[in-house]
Ligand binder design. Structure first.
Ligand code: GN1
Ligand code: MG
Length: 436
């Protein structure tokens, strides 16, 4: 596990409020306690920094080429201090992320995140950044109104020296820069029910915060991102073409998915019938997109806002079930380790309804368990599609990586199916206790 010993964020928001707190500063402990108190009151969001600090050992020291690249990118952003090094953050399936350290004139170190947006996935990276600007501005304004201070626990985009929020390098990569939130870790696998509760509460709070954001001001960065019926149809198309001849070896997985076609349209039909609303949602609520305070296990904020766009709250909850209930890694090869842990599901339901119960409707609540199954199936479909297409979407680190990922998802779908009556009974019980 990688954690950081100085939990005080040296962030733009803090400085903007006259609370700059350098490493070892005298007020450090007091400010830390204020930060912790604020976090407890308001688990909060921040923009798409993927895996700034992660509990899995996925960081690699910068080699000299990468070091040069990061220094050059950093030079083009309005960051202060002298570049002294950093590291690549390897987790996350989409963007390329680096952490850089800058020495300040007073001798303290300040960290920043530089992230190159994956242009194969996000066809229009400028729109992604514009969305993130809108979302963060909206949330920062709301939190400031409520708390009068951001508590150092929100992220901000740092402008480039040109004044824009991005830098395009000579290879066409589009970069952005964020402040670094200190004292937090992210988990690929939830360690305890407290973390599960906290994560679900954080995403519920996030949905609340963006509930009054004008959906028309946000562009769909990936159209039909969770249109599971279209995801299914795309798999059928790719399987029919079978460009690499990989289908024969994955017949079992393919048939497993095909037998579940009926599931893919249920929520879409409820939208159509006007029973569940489309709202501005996060859309990528994987458990490692929540920053958790390393000392207290409290959620500080959610990250990775690249796919914030109109969607269903159920997609957000469902992806949490997918990523937070199994004790096995998403790419585990020992499928006997993949299970749906009821205590984790229960903690997710509690945390989520404590934060979102006031604004979601009964139909949404009724489908919480279904959403878990659906999102797990959907991601399984996406991994299998990518395997058949030759691993062109998700970053892979070994042959068959997407197939391994697909298999864990399908095993989890099976587990959820077996437990669905108990999951629904639990949701029903909680709903009754909260709503009568
Ligand atoms: C990707 O970027 P990351 O690793 O948080 C993907 C999600 C998938 C997830 C599966 C933009 O998320 O949709 O659920 O992998 N993000 C995008 O682990 O496609
Ligand atoms: Mg992401």
């Amino acid at each position: 596990m990688i954690t950081y010993d100085h939990p005080v964020a040296t962030t733009a928001p803090l400085e903007a409020h006259g609370m700059a707190c350098a490493k070892h500063s005298r007020g450090e402990l007091e400010i830390w306690h204020i930060c912790i108190a604020l976090r407890a009151m308001f688990p909060y969001i921040s923009p798409g920094i993927h895996d700034m600090t992660t509990a899995s050992d996925t960081h690699s020291p910068l080699d000299s080429g990468v070091r040069q690249l990061v220094a050059a990118i950093g030079n083009r952003f309005a960051v202060q201090g002298e570049f002294i090094g950093g590291e690549k953050i390897d987790s996350g399936h989409i963007n390329a992320t680096y952490r850089a350290i800058y020495r300040q004139p007073d001798g303290s170190d300040r960290r920043y995140i530089f992230q190159a947006i994956n242009r194969n996935v996000f066809k229009d990276p400028y729109t992604v950044i514009t969305n993130v600007e809108r979302v963060t501005r909206h949330i920062n304004a709301r939190v400031l109104r409520l708390k009068k201070d951001l508590g150092g626990q929100t992220l901000s985009l740092f402008p480039a020296r040109t004044g824009a929020s991005w830098v395009e390098d000579e290879h066409g990569a589009v970069w952005r820069c964020y402040n670094h939130i200190e004292g937090c870790v992210t988990y690929d696998i939830v360690a305890n029910t407290r973390q599960a509760y906290q994560a679900a509460h954080a995403f519920g709070s996030f949905q609340d915060l963006v509930s009054d954001l004008d959906a028309n001001s946000i562009t769909a960065t990936i159209p039909d991102f969770h249109h599971t019926r279209k995801r299914f149809a795309r798999l059928m198309e790719v399987a029919a073409a079978d460009p690499l001849g990989r289908l024969a070896a994955v017949r079992a997985e393919f048939d497993f998915i095909r037998r579940r076609e009926m599931l893919t349209g249920l929520l879409l039909d409820l939208i159509q019938a006007g029973e569940i609303p489309v709202r501005v949602t996060h859309n990528d609520t994987k458990i490692n997109n929540v920053m958790i305070d390393a000392a207290t296990d409290e959620a500080v904020c959610v990250i990775d806002l690249d796919t914030v766009m109109p969607g269903l709250v159920l997609y957000d909850f469902g992806d949490l079930v997918r990523s937070a209930t199994s004790p096995a890694a998403e790419d585990a090869t020992d499928l006997s380790k993949v299970t749906m842990q009821m205590p984790m599901f229960e903690a997710l339901v509690e945390g989520y309804l404590d934060a979102a119960g006031a604004f979601i409707n009964d139909r949404e609540i009724e489908h919480l368990a279904h959403a878990g199954k659906l999102m797990t199936l959907e991601v399984g479909i996406r991994f299998l599609t990518d395997h058949l297409e030759g691993d062109v979407y998700f970053k892979t680190h070994r042959p068959g990586h997407n197939l391994d990922r697909c298999r864990t998802q399908l095993k989890l779908v099976e587990c959820i199916e077996a437990l669905e009556p108990s999951m629904n009974a639990y949701v029903h019980q909680v709903r009754r206790s909260k709503r009568g």
